[in-house]
Write a protein of this length. Structure first.
Length: 636
C-alpha cells in the first residue's frame, strides 16, 4: 500500500498502485508505516545527474552510518549500483551508463575513515558494475561520453599525476607529469574522444596556482591557454569547442577555444578595488554557454552567451544549459533557494516552497513554449518515488515521443530451460530537469517532465511468418512470459503511448529458441553419454556428452542465417573444435570455476539464409575431458 500526499489539497490519498490525476499538484509516495517513515528521514540524496531519456543517477547517504551508495532511476525502477561505502560524483550518459568514484582500503570495498584509503573508479555499463582502476593512489573526477569511454585523473602523494583514458576495452595514461612539475586535474571528454584538462605548470606552480588548459584531439596534445594565472574547469562539447574560466588581476574571465583560436568572451575590466569573479562555465552542443558572475563574492548573477551576445538572466547560482539554449539555476528568494528556468523567451520560477531546492540539472527535452497545460514529473526520495502533475502550474504541453525499449534474450536458453522465456519492456516520457530539495534530513531528488506512460502494446513475429501479431494490447504491465516452439526465431517490438497521445516504438529484438541436441543430427561418432531428467537444468531436460577425444557430432541445418552451440561450462569441461561447412572456424573451451548450464559458447552469423553443416569434435582435454552438447542454435 502506498500513501500519496497532495500539497495542493492538503489531503492524504491511499492507492495500491501509482495513479496520476490532472487535478493533483504534487504527489509524494510516503511509506505507509511508521518504520518506513523513519527510513525516509534516515537518508540524504544529493548530486543528481540526468540524461535525455529521463534517467537519473545520484548519491544516497545513510545518515545513521554516514556511508553512501550510488543509485539509478532507469525510467521504471530505482536501482542500487554500488554497496554502501564512500561513493561520490556519479556521471551518466545517454545509454544510462554511470561512472563514479569510491574510497577503498586495499582491494576491499570496506571503508573506515580512520584508516588509510585510496580512491578508485567504477563503471555501470547497463548490465553490470565493474572497477576500471587499481587501488594505488587516488583516482578521481571520472566522466564519460556516450560511447562509454571514460577519463579521470590520478595522483599519489609525492609522486606523479596522470590523466587516464578507458576506451571501452583497455585503460591507458594520456598524460603524466611528476609531482614537482605540476598537477593534472578536471578532465572532460566529448563523443569524438577529444579530451581537455587543466595542468598546474612548473616547479613553483603549486605555490602560484598557474594552471593552463590542454586538449588531446585524438592525435596530439596541445596547450590552449597561456597566462600567468589560473585557468580551470574546462568543458568541451561534441564540436570540439572548449570553454573555461581564467583568472587575472582581481578578475576571472570566461574563455572559448573555437577550434582555431582562443577568445576572451567577457574581457572584464579590472576594477579599481575589489574583485569580479566568473563561475564555472557550461557549454551546449551549439556553443551557447552559461556561467555565474559576481563582484566581491556577493550578488551572484546568471549569465547567458547565446553564440552572439551576452545577457544577464537574473540573480542566481549553479546555472546549467541544455541544447535548446534553456537555462536552469537556483536563486534565493529571501527565505530559501528556489529553482528558475529561462526558456529562451522568459524567466519562470518553477518552485515556491519553504525548503532549499538545489543542484538543478536540465536535459535537451523541454516543453512546447507556446502552450501551458500540464506536465508530469517525479521525485526520488530516500523512502520512495514521488510524481508531480502541473508542478507550480508551470508545466507545458507534452509533445515528446516516449523513449521505448524492449528486452528479450538473444537465445532463450540464457534464462530458460524450456521454450518459455521472459520478455520485458518499458518507456520513459522524458523529463527535462532535476534538482535537489532539502528539508531537515530529508533530501529528495526531484524531476520535472512530461505526461507519463499510459499503456503498451507488444507485437511479435515468428520466423515462419512475415506477419506481425499482437501479443499484449494496451497493457500497463512491463513484462510477461512468452511460449514458443523449438527451432523458431521470434521477433518482438513494443509501442508505448503516453497520456498526451504520443507514441514511441522500440527497436526490434529477436530471440532464438534452439533445437534440442538430437534434432537435425546426421552423423554421430561417440557422444553416447545421454542424460534426461525433468529435474536437470539442461534445455528441454536433456544433454548429450562425451569424454573421448575424436568423438564427433554433425548437424545439417537448413534455411539459417546463424548457427550456435549451447553447452555446459564447469571445472571438468574441456575443449572442442567447431567446423562449419567442413572448415575449422574455432576451438572453444568450456572451463568455468563453477557449473554453468545452457551457455552459448559459439555463434556465427551469415549475411544470407542457406544450408550449412555444423561439426563438433571433442578434444578430450586432459583432466577435464568431458564436453556437453545441450542444444543447437539455428537463427532464422
Amino acid at each position: 500500500m502506498i500513501i500519496f500526499k497532495s500539497f495542493k489539497f492538503k489531503s492524504v490519498i491511499t492507492f495500491s498502485t501509482i495513479a496520476l490525476a490532472a487535478t493533483l499538484s504534487v504527489l509524494f509516495i510516503q511509506p505507509a508505516s511508521g518504520t518506513g517513515a523513519d527510513q525516509v528521514d534516515q537518508f540524504l540524496d544529493y548530486e543528481p545527474q540526468n540524461n535525455n531519456s529521463g534517467m537519473v543517477t545520484w548519491v544516497r547517504k545513510d545518515l545513521k552510518t554516514n556511508l553512501s551508495a550510488i543509485f539509478l532511476f532507469d525510467g521504471l525502477d530505482e536501482i542500487q549500483l554500488s554497496t554502501y561505502g564512500e561513493n561520490y560524483g556519479p556521471q551518466i550518459n545517454e545509454k544510462g551508463w554511470v561512472v563514479w568514484g569510491r574510497a577503498v582500503q586495499g582491494e576491499t570495498e570496506f571503508y573506515d575513515p580512520a584508516e588509510p584509503f585510496s580512491r578508485v573508479v567504477y563503471l555501470f555499463d547497463g548490465r553490470e558494475t565493474r572497477r576500471l582502476s587499481n587501488s594505488e593512489g587516488y583516482h578521481g573526477n571520472p566522466t564519460l561520453n556516450n560511447r562509454g569511454q571514460v577519463v579521470w585523473n590520478w595522483w599519489s602523494d609525492g609522486q606523479e599525476t596522470k590523466i587516464f583514458f578507458f576506451d571501452g576495452t583497455k585503460t591507458v595514461a594520456l598524460a603524466t607529469v611528476s609531482d614537482t612539475d605540476g598537477q593534472l586535474s578536471g578532465p572532460r571528454i566529448n563523443d569524438d574522444g577529444r579530451i581537455v584538462w587543466a595542468r598546474n605548470m612548473g616547479e613553483t606552480a603549486v605555490a602560484t596556482h598557474n594552471f593552463e588548459i590542454f586538449l588531446y584531439n585524438g592525435k596530439e596534445t596541445i596547450q590552449l591557454s597561456h597566462s600567468d594565472y589560473t585557468d580551470g574547469a574546462p568543458q568541451i562539447n561534441d564540436k570540439g569547442l572548449v570553454a573555461w574560466v581564467g583568472g587575472g588581476d582581481r578578475t576571472s574571465d570566461i574563455w572559448l577555444y573555437d577550434g582555431t583560436r582562443t577568445i576572451n568572451l567577457t574581457d572584464i575590466e579590472t576594477p579599481q578595488s575589489g574583485f569580479v569573479d566568473s563561475g564555472l562555465p557550461q557549454i551546449n552542443s551549439s556553443g551557447a554557454m552559461t556561467w555565474t558572475q559576481s563582484s566581491n563574492y556577493s550578488a551572484w548573477k546568471v549569465i547567458l552567451f547565446d553564440g552572439n551576445e551576452i545577457k544577464e538572466l537574473g540573480p542566481g547560482l549553479e546555472s546549467q544549459i541544455n541544447d535548446r539554449g534553456w537555462v536552469v539555476w537556483k536563486s534565493h528568494d529571501g527565505n530559501d533557494y528556489e529553482i528558475f528556468l529561462y526558456d529562451g523567451n522568459e524567466t519562470i520560477q518553477l518552485t515556491d516552497n519553504d525548503i532549499d531546492d538545489e543542484s538543478p540539472q536540465i536535459n535537451m527535452i523541454g516543453w512546447n513554449p507556446q502552450q501551458y497545460t500540464g506536465a508530469q514529473g517525479l521525485a526520488l526520495a530516500g523512502g520512495g518515488l514521488a510524481r508531480s502533475q502541473g508542478l507550480e502550474n508551470h508545466g507545458r504541453t507534452d509533445d515528446a515521443k516516449p523513449r521505448t525499449f524492449l528486452i528479450a534474450p538473444f537465445v532463450s536458453t540464457k534464462i530458460s530451460k524450456t521454450t518459455t522465456f521472459k520478455v520485458k519492456w518499458g518507456a520513459t516520457d522524458p523529463s527535462a530537469m532535476a534538482w535537489q530539495a532539502q528539508k531537515g534530513t530529508r533530501s529528495p531528488v526531484v524531476l520535472v517532465g512530461n505526461s507519463g506512460i499510459k499503456s503498451y502494446t507488444v507485437y511479435y513475429r515468428p520466423s515462419t511468418s512475415r506477419k506481425w501479431r499482437t501479443w499484449k494490447k494496451d497493457v500497463k504491465a512491463t513484462q510477461a512470459y512468452f511460449t514458443g516452439k523449438a527451432g523458431v526465431t521470434y521477433y518482438f517490438r513494443v509501442r508505448a503511448e503516453d497520456n498526451a497521445g504520443n507514441y514511441g516504438w522500440s527497436k526490434v529484438r529477436k530471440t532464438v529458441i534452439p533445437f534440442n541436441e538430437g534434432m537435425s543430427l546426421i552423423r554421430q561418432v561417440g557422444f553416447r553419454g545421454y542424460l534426461k531428467s525433468s529435474k536437470s537444468p539442461f534445455f528441454l531436460s536433456s544433454v548429450r556428452h562425451s569424454y573421448t577425444r575424436g568423438n564427433v557430432l554433425v548437424y545439417k541445418l537448413y534455411n539459417t542465417n546463424g548457427i550456435g552451440l549451447i553447452t555446459t561450462k564447469g571445472t571438468n569441461r574441456g575443449k572442442a573444435k567447431i567446423y562449419l561447412d567442413g572448415r575449422h572456424v574455432k576451438t572453444v573451451d568450456a572451463y568455468k570455476s563453477s557449473i554453468r548450464p545452457r551457455q552459448l559458447i559459439f555463434y556465427k552469423g551469415f549475411k544470407k539464409k542457406g544450408t550449412h553443416w555444423l561439426k563438433i569434435e571433442n578434444l578430450g582435454t586432459p583432466g577435464r575431458a568431458r564436453f556437453d552438447v545441450d542444444a543447437i542454435v539455428v537463427g532464422r
